[in-house]
Design a protein around this ligand. Structure first.
Ligand code: GCO
Ligand code: MG
Length: 403
């Protein structure tokens, strides 16, 4: 029985901050887990180092479910992004270890492959519709079967999802939060024309997605969903803040545009009503922010009962360790929908050498044992932590808006 001998948190910033847990065992096998919480990285690092690692030493590394329950129930203080990211990191590292010892890529332990690859969507954005569609055309030429479209809004200086760089999008852009101006009216007028032009330019064989980033009220979201219906979007994401799950009933009453939500959720309890009442079509929870492989499988199984498919969050703040784990999960489950994919910088890829690869619009986790990803500690040491925050948005009267 492999026992946990050591566990260490590694913080590195190859272009952006990542927090990684590395667990070592008596067998000489080690595993890695992502613990990155954008803009609050050191809180998770401390939670792990100060409160979790001391409890791990000497435990049976194979007892994944028991360790998950021990950390979840034993903390008394359940759920929340910091706790759940820490549990996720432990869980992911232990699955990595188990799969390495079994001599199999992780997806084989999760039931084997249910599909040949994982359909991903890329991010096309630009200051204008024209620029966004230029970028979208590049994605289509590169084989992407699905593309998210975010465009600048006439009258607003900057908008989330529209990067300064064309293909590398990094939202955490300030050592204090930068501020942008928001107008729901201006935004609502801008989205349908973007989708109309996109169908003209890109045709109907490519999936088109859009992220609202929690900025609307339910009735406004109903209106936007309706406006987009003629262009058959794959989904409308995070239409409203989702603390109040019942609010999705209103959106559902008004539109057949498919709804996706959940990148900020931490547990099955955050989406229980949304799934049970079939108020959404895609659940976006992913490994690092929703308790690891163990808990995400529970969410996916529950979602499967209610015709909800998965659409794991995959922005750049999810490290390659999270991406690798998500791909094994995506490949194995029956109700996979789509996987978000934002390419990391070259420096990040060097810090986290990985076996997953992109081909013809699909990602595949590869056939290496375990997760097929590791952290190069010498490379990681070159990039010290750098404080960085996500921006905030204010309305035209100066009041805070949802982000
Ligand atoms: C997405 C997201 C990101 C998040 C970021 C937060 O759909 O990819 O909305 O842009 O804002 O990952 O950390
Ligand atoms: Mg999003």
């Amino acid at each position: 029985m492999p026992k946990i001998t050591a566990a260490r948190v590694i913080v590195t910033s190859p272009g952006r901050n990542f927090v990684t847990l590395k667990i070592e065992t008596t067998d000489g096998v080690h595993g890695v887990g992502d613990a990155t919480l954008n803009g609050r990285e050191l809180a998770v690092a401390s939670y792990l180092t100060d409160h979790v690692v001391p409890m791990l030493i000497g435990r049976d590394a194979h007892a994944i479910e028991d360790i998950w329950q021990y950390l979840y129930k034993g903390a008394y203080w359940r759920r929340g992004p910091v706790t759940m990211a820490a549990i996720a990191a432990v869980d992911t590292a232990l699955w990595d270890i188990k799969a390495k010892i079994a001599g199999l890529p992780l997806y084989q332990l999760l039931g084997g492959a249910s599909r040949t690859g994982v359909m991903v969507y890329g991010h096309a954005n630009g200051a204008t519709i024209e620029e966004t569609l230029e970028n979208a055309a590049v994605y289509a030429e590169n084989g992407y079967k699905a593309i998210r479209l975010q465009s600048g809004v006439p009258g607003l200086k900057s908008v989330y999802g529209v990067s300064k760089d064309r293909f590398v999008y990094e939202p955490a852009d300030g050592d204090l939060p930068t501020e942008s101006l928001w107008s729901t009216e201006k935004y609502l007028r801008s989205v349908a024309p973007l989708f109309e032009a996109a169908r003209d330019r890109l045709g109907w064989d490519v999936h088109l997605l859009h992220d609202v980033h929690h900025r609307l009220t339910p009735i406004e979201a109903g209106r936007l969903g309706k406006d987009l219906e003629p262009y058959r979007p794959f989904w409308m994401e995070d239409a409203v803040p989702a603390e109040n799950q019942a609010s999705f009933r209103i959106i559902r009453q008004h539109t057949t545009t498919p709804l996706a939500v959940g990148e900020v959720f931490n547990s099955i309890w955050d989406c229980k009503q949304l799934i049970e009442e079939q108020l959404i079509d895609y659940i976006r929870t992913t490994i690092v922010h929703a308790g690891g492989v163990t808990h995400l499988r529970k969410i996916a199984s529950f979602a499967d009962l209610h015709h909800v498919r998965t659409g794991c969050h995959g922005a750049t703040d999810l490290s390659p360790v999270c991406m690798a784990a998500a791909l094994h999960f995506d490949l194995s489950i029956p109700n996979f929908g789509i996987q978000e994919y934002m390419r990391h910088t070259e420096a990040t890829d060097e810090v986290f050498p990985h076996a997953y690869s992109f081909h013809d619009g699909m990602l595949h986790p590869g056939e290496v044992v375990g997760l097929g990803v590791d952290i190069d500690e010498a490379e990681a040491a070159k990039y010290p932590y750098k404080r960085a925050y996500l921006p905030i948005a204010r309305r035209e009267d100066g009041s805070m808006h949802d982000w």
